[in-house]
Design a protein around this ligand. Structure first.
Ligand SMILES: Cc1cc2nc3c(=O)[nH]c(=O)nc-3n(C[C@H](O)[C@H](O)[C@H](O)COP(=O)(O)OP(=O)(O)OC[C@H]3O[C@@H](n4cnc5c(N)ncnc54)[C@H](O)[C@@H]3O)c2cc1C
Length: 463
């Protein structure tokens, strides 16, 4: 059997004996690290086909994992003993001549995209944090600070190039391979490796009022009153997050209000005013960021010194009910009342959902198109022994939110893969929701042998 080095792969190949192996298996969270036998860094799309052929020709075939930005807290981008295709060297970003679209290679991170677009005074609908991967975020749906006006990242995807399980590399869009194009817009990693995304661009945004106002946790009820007033009046380009965190030096429970209000200082001062006058912040760090790029980069500093083990679990909800927020707060206070878990945060993302809801739930594979907000549990700790309690905590919080939603609206909203913990926690049905049956048919067409076997694996439909 041919060795991997003899196949003509142009990119680097790393194995456990390579000096860079330990660097190569690192992920954003230590919980995602496994020990693969091979890591291939494609530099051209054909490298992917060669790596695939090699992995599948082994006896038994090697498990194949694909890494984009390496941010999903599961082990979806890693493999124990298998072959990892690390897309990080496929990170070119090219703006079209007419400036209406941008072609982004599948291993880019959002910082690559925003930096290039900034040179052209453009922006695209993408992640809020610089280092998050374009590949995972888009194939999972993709919420952005621009979603209020432009919808999800998948709603702004015009076409893609995909390396399929059989080694072919195909283009897909509304006309070519339309089923594949539908499936990669929310169906995750189950249909192929996207080597290039073509995204709509928009004129550059900014400035925006960003930063954080912090209040003692005991003020949560009053903060919610001001937030509820804001939500009644806000416009699509004004978004607010509420965060529960324990800031140093005292690590007492605090409620943070994190605005993203587009406009200059004078244009946004009346919108932020109630957060300063009707309630009294103990810390006021609000300022004007010039561009989206600066905003996405701003989060890096905050996330640079967090504990190494992280878990992200989201839950979608239709309205911000005060009792729900209070119950989550109490659970979070209890869970974080020790040094090991006190970096754990809860983020309530209260963006304008109208534009997301303008797309029909069957138009793309993304499973939720009811107007909604979402909550993110960012559980962080240092010891592997805290992994199980962190999962239990995140699952409990998501359960509270899901139950409230069901009681108040009669609807159980799906948990998109990007906001789920792992296939041992959430079911395939919970993640793909109403679109699962069609996804099973598309899986049968493009990956009947389940080569893409990481994450929430879709069972191909039988004829
Ligand atoms: C700090 C932080 C901030 C976040 N902010 C946002 C946000 O603003 N909006 C939002 O919607 N989500 C956000 N998320 C969630 C994020 O979208 C998911 O974690 C996503 O899976 C990350 O993608 P990745 O490429 O970095 O991760 P990876 O772990 O590399 O990949 C995740 C999954 O996608 C697959 N994949 C990656 N690239 C490709 C590709 N090119 N083709 C096919 N499959 C691919 C992988 O195989 C894996 O299954 C955030 C997460 C973190 C940790």
């Amino acid at each position: 059997m041919a060795s991997i080095d003899s196949l003509g792969i142009q990119g680097d190949i790393v194995t456990p004996s390579s000096p860079s192996y330990h660097e190569s298996i690192k992920r954003r969270s230590d919980t995602s690290v496994l020990q693969p036998s091979y890591i291939v860094y494609p530099t051209v799309a054909d490298d992917i086909s060669l790596a695939l052929r090699f992995a599948l020709s082994q006896t038994p075939p090697l498990e194949i994992a694909v890494k984009g930005g390496g941010c999903h807290a599961s082990v979806a981008s890693s493999s124990q003993g298998g072959l990892v295709i690390d897309l990080s060297r496929l990170n070119a970003v090219k703006v079209s001549n007419d400036k209406k679209t941008v072609a982004v290679q599948g291993g880019a991170v959002w910082g690559d995209v925003y930096s290039e677009l900034e040179k052209h005074e453009l922006v695209a609908v993408g992640g809020n944090v610089w280092f998050v991967g374009v590949g995972g975020l888009i194939t999972g749906g993709g919420y952005s600070f621009l979603s209020g006006e432009y919808g999800l990242a998948v709603d702004n995807l015009l076409g893609a190039t995909v390396a399929l399980a059989d080694g072919r590399i195909v283009k897909c869009n509304e006309k070519e391979e339309p089923d594949l194009f539908w499936a990669i817009r929310g169906g995750g990693n189950q249909f192929g490796i996207v080597t290039e995304f073509v995204l709509k661009t928009y004129p550059a945004r900014g400035p925006a009022l960003v930063g954080g106002l912090a209040y003692p946790g005991t003020e949560l009820g009053n903060v919610l009153k001001v937030v509820q007033d804001f939500l009644k009046k806000r416009t699509p380009n004004n978004k607010i997050n509420i965060a529960f965190g324990r800031p140093p030096p005292h690590f007492k429970p605090a409620v943070m209000v994190v605005p993203y209000f587009e406009g200059t200082e004078s244009e946004t001062s009346s919108i932020i005013a109630p957060f300063r006058t009707e309630i009294t912040p103990v810390s006021d760090r609000i300022g004007i960021a010039p561009t989206c790029n600066a905003v996405s980069h701003g989060a890096d500093a905050m996330l640079a010194s967090v504990p190494p083990r992280a878990l992200l679990r989201g839950a979608l909800f239709s309205d911000l009910w005060d009792e729900m927020a209070m119950q989550v707060f109490e659970e979070w206070v209890r869970y974080t009342d020790n040094e090991e878990t006190r970096a754990t945060m809860i983020m309530w993302e209260l963006g304008y959902g109208g534009k997301i809801a303008k797309v029909g739930v069957e138009e793309t594979a993304f499973p939720v198109r009811d107007p909604h907000y979402y909550l993110i549990v960012q559980a962080r700790h240092t010891s592997p022994e805290s992994d199980a309690p962190a999962r239990a905590f995140a699952t409990k919080i998501a359960g509270i939110v899901n139950d409230f939603n069901e009681q108040k609206t009669g609807k159980k909203l799906a948990t998109p893969a990007n906001f789920a913990i792992g296939p041992d926690v959430e079911s395939v049905q919970e993640v793909y929701g109403v679109n699962l049956e069609r996804l099973r048919k598309v899986k049968a067409k493009y990956d009947p042998k389940k080569v893409w076997s990481k994450g929430w694996v879709i069972e191909p439909a039988s004829e």
